[in-house]
Design a protein around this ligand. Structure first.
Ligand code: PMP
Length: 430
């Protein structure tokens, strides 16, 4: 059977929708990957690619990191899925997270970020006896019906219900209110006009699903005060920011402690882990039966290989200097990008935070989703396609964030910047 990129792509298209799931997994080029190591991916034709996709941000230590692989292997030789009761490994992982995450009196494990946000919202609704939840335009919190709306909305859908696809149950979605990011007044107005109705506010404290729109510290502080005043549960969705920017999440950087927080992605180097963390009086409902209990099911919650990967990842991230180096690498990329667009006179700007980076194809401030409507999506897409052609793996969709891992280094970044400069030069309108 043929096993090159083209033959494998044809086989994939026959047996999986679109050749593989979801447009965000479809590169503009028919590469099929067969191996990964550090910052590199290898396709079926034997080509080497530099990875800036990093498994949607989960591969924070580079691919197939030895520390993770060794711990997962050792644990897999000792124990597998039990389900019947707590595991020693689970207790160690939970104690580690409670030590690191400011809002975490207790934690619960699931298998993905979407599950974590689903359970956070269910818990908030149960605890408050209210139905409405607030999310922000441009924020992404997973695929489920409570939140799968108003992510990359076209201009004419902002301010109204904009589901990500057909099939979403309007009865579930109608209780989610969408407000503009970084606008405390809008949140205050809504909460004041609907006293006793809002169960939760869920927010990405850095909106990396808009590329990299950073919440003003004052906005997060205002949300903290407003939600406390209104008896509303404040949820930080740290599925991207958690462990990528700090071991205690962005909440430990900004100094605002939510009631609940969700984590996933980078915490387990590509193994499926979702975490719900929060205040004891909320979390303890998950362990109750009868009155006030909240059900958090899941056969694969806290599997031993995932927990082993989590503990190994945190062990690596706790090494002194890790975050300083990641932030320095991110700064090198951003500074290099700024110099390139300035030199070429391209109406674009570098953005990002820590090890997350991207180029916006517009100039001027960006504080909320509405500002990103100025992005030249055609130029953004053309740029990404050209880089993918040259074997730099970027998500092939406009405005999508890119990542660095601890396996990337200065030389690789400089090589990438050279390719970016040449690409932008070639794409410049004559
Ligand atoms: N929240 C945020 C902020 C995310 O970025 C994502 C995934 N991109 C999710 C939740 C959902 O996580 P998962 O894909 O693991 O279900």
């Amino acid at each position: 059977m043929e096993t090159d990129n083209a033959a494998l792509t044809a086989r994939a298209r026959a047996v999986m929708p679109g050749g593989l799931l979801s447009p965000s997994r479809q590169l503009a080029h028919p590469y099929v990957f067969v191996r990964a190591a550090g910052p590199y991916l290898y396709d079926a034709d034997g080509n080497e690619h530099v990875d800036y996709h990093c498994g949607f941000g989960a591969n924070m230590l580079g691919h197939c990191a030895a520390a993770v692989r060794d711990r997962v292997t050792a644990v897999s030789e000792r124990i597998d899925l039990i389900g019947a009761a707590a595991l020693d490994l689970e207790i160690e992982a939970a104690e580690t997270l409670v030590r690191l995450i400011p809002c975490a009196d207790q934690v619960a494990f699931c298998s993905s970020g979407s599950e974590a946000t689903y359970h956070a919202l269910r818990l908030a609704r149960a605890a408050t006896g209210r139905r409405t939840v607030i999310k922000f335009q441009g924020g992404y919190h997973g695929w489920h019906d409570y939140v799968a709306m108003n992510v990359q909305s076209p201009a004419d859908r902002i301010g109204q219900y904009d589901p990500v696809c057909d099939g979403i149950l309007l009865d579930a979605a109608r209780h989610t209110v969408v407000l503009p990011y970084n606008d405390a007044q809008a949140a205050e107005d809504y909460l004041s006009a609907h006293p006793g109705e809002v169960a939760a506010v869920i927010i990405e404290p850095i909106a990396h699903n808009m590329g990299s729109v950073i919440a003003h510290d004052a906005f997060l502080r205002d949300l903290r005060r407003l939600t406390a005043d209104h008896g509303t549960v404040l949820i930080f969705d740290e599925v991207i920011t958690g462990f990528r920017h700090a071991l205690g999440g962005y909440q430990s950087i900004v100094g605002v402690t939510p009631d609940l927080a969700t984590f996933g992605k980078a915490v387990a180097s590509g193994h499926p882990v979702g975490i719900l963390a929060g205040r004891a009086d909320l979390m303890e409902r998950l362990g109750r039966t009868g009155e006030g209990a909240v059900f958090m099911g899941g056969t694969f919650n806290g599997t031993p290989p995932s927990l082993a990967a989590l503990l190994a990842t945190i062990g690596e991230l706790e090494r002194p200097g890790t975050y300083g180096r990641l932030f320095a690498l991110g700064d090198r990329m951003r500074t290099g990008l700024s110099a390139i667009v300035e030199r070429l006179g391209i109406p674009a700007q570098s953005a990002g935070y820590g090890s997350v980076w991207l180029l916006y194809f517009f100039q001027g401030a960006f504080e909320r989703y509405e500002d990103l409507l100025r992005n030249d999506n055609a130029a953004d897409l053309a740029f990404r396609r050209r880089l993918v052609e040259q074997r730099f793996i970027f998500q092939p969709l406009p405005l999508k964030r890119l990542y660095l891992s601890t396996a990337h280094d200065e030389a690789l970044i400089d090589r990438t910047l050279d390719a970016i400069a040449e690409t932008l030069h070639a794409l410049r309108p004559a």
